[in-house]
Design a protein around this ligand. Structure first.
Ligand code: CTP
Ligand code: CA
Length: 225
């Protein structure tokens, strides 16, 4: 807190980070979600804040403590997450680490569904893509980073996502059950950008966050605005 300004290389920059899962209601008591602990996203928000960025963390439900020095906005659904990000704009840096549920029930039932009769069909519709939306709108942040959770062909899928979502970097990680990524303390990622692929060693999620923040600092220090 009493660090001199020279230690805050991202001072004056605004960052938005998404984290955690989303929850998409089926009825008032049931929902669809996914396996995301929020550890990586929360660590990224904390690291950017430590580097001096004014950081807004938009998070789905997690068991993680609020990172210090970060403004936190809690949401449940993908649509709420997008609205909260749009509200937090403008930003210089966006990191989308949330595991957004890709499809939501088309019509959430207003009252609890009862177990009489046949199982209800679950009709799903696609959620908005937060990363793609923020990357394509007016006032696009200067640096947009996504994660790509894959179980196979990790780098190839990440390269395709980089183009499709118009983002600058993708941190691609292997989330196959053998990797232990979900809920674990470690992450093995590849930084995929237009410049190529950088393989990072197996690191703690906090170390991944620190390394990413350091790369963000470098990016802006080397003349990028
Ligand atoms: N993402 C997002 N909004 C969504 C879906 C994904 O912001 N509705 C972001 C994630 O936070 C991540 C990146 O997009 O930074 C890639 O997410 P991922 O689930 O790997 O990719 P998808 O495009 O959803 O493709 P798929 O799940 O089919 O692999
Ligand atoms: Ca997805």
């Amino acid at each position: 807190t009493d660090k001199p300004l020279a230690d805050l290389p991202l001072a004056g920059r605004r960052a938005i980070v998404t984290s955690g899962p989303t929850r998409e209601p089926i009825d008032p008591v049931r929902y669809i979600a996914n396996r995301s602990s929020g550890k990586q996203g929360h660590a990224v928000a904390a690291a950017l804040a430590r580097a001096g960025a004014e950081t807004v963390l938009v998070s789905g439900p997690t068991g993680e403590p609020d990172p210090p020095g970060v403004a936190i906005v809690r949401v449940e659904t993908a649509r709420e997450m997008l609205a909260a990000c749009e509200q937090a704009m403008p930003a210089d840096i966006v990191v989308c680490a949330a595991a957004v549920v890709d499809w939501r029930p088309a019509d959430a039932a207003p009252a609890k569904l009862k177990k009489n009769g046949p199982a209800p069909p679950l009709l799903l519709v696609e959620n908005p893509d937060i990363l793609a939306t923020l990357s394509s709108g007016p006032g696009r942040p200067a640096l947009i980073v996504g994660f790509a959770a894959e179980t196979n062909d990790v780098v190839a899928y990440a390269q395709a996502k980089l183009k499709k979502k118009n983002c600058d970097w993708i941190l691609a990680n292997d989330v196959s059950p053998a990797s232990g990524t979900f809920g674990g303390e470690h992450n093995t990622v590849h930084l995929v950008s237009a410049d190529g692929v950088e393989d990072w060693p197996r690191l703690t999620k906090r170390e991944v966050a620190e390394r990413l923040a350091a790369r963000v600092v470098d990016h802006f220090a080397t003349g990028n605005r």
